[in-house]
Design a protein. Structure first.
Length: 98
């Protein structure tokens, strides 16, 4: 990480915690999707498949919101940082999840 030296310990810990939450959500979605695939392959009930797909989609959306949220928090905490995200870009990313 090129900006690691500029990070404060609290900022680095916050980044690590956010990354951990994002990865946990994505792993959960991965497991949910594996269950959907298995249900389709085993000719599972359509209602159950659709419900699991909806849950998977929601989990992926929440991971995306966490990505944008952590970027916003970084911008607020360190607005002068060279690699800080552009607020307009973050808005576009947020809206792309809607």
């Amino acid at each position: 990480m090129a900006h690691q030296a500029a990070d404060t310990p609290a900022s680095a810990a916050s980044d690590a915690a956010a990354q951990r939450r994002i990865v946990n959500r994505l792993r959960s979605a991965h497991g949910q999707l594996a269950a959907v695939i298995a249900a389709v392959e085993q000719d599972g009930h359509r209602r159950d498949i659709v419900q699991q797909l909806a849950a998977t989609s929601q989990t992926i959306d929440r991971a995306g919101f966490l990505v944008v949220s952590s970027a916003l928090q970084e911008c607020l905490a360190e607005p002068d940082r060279a690699d800080a995200s552009d607020p307009e870009e973050l808005e576009r990313l947020f809206l792309s999840l809607a």
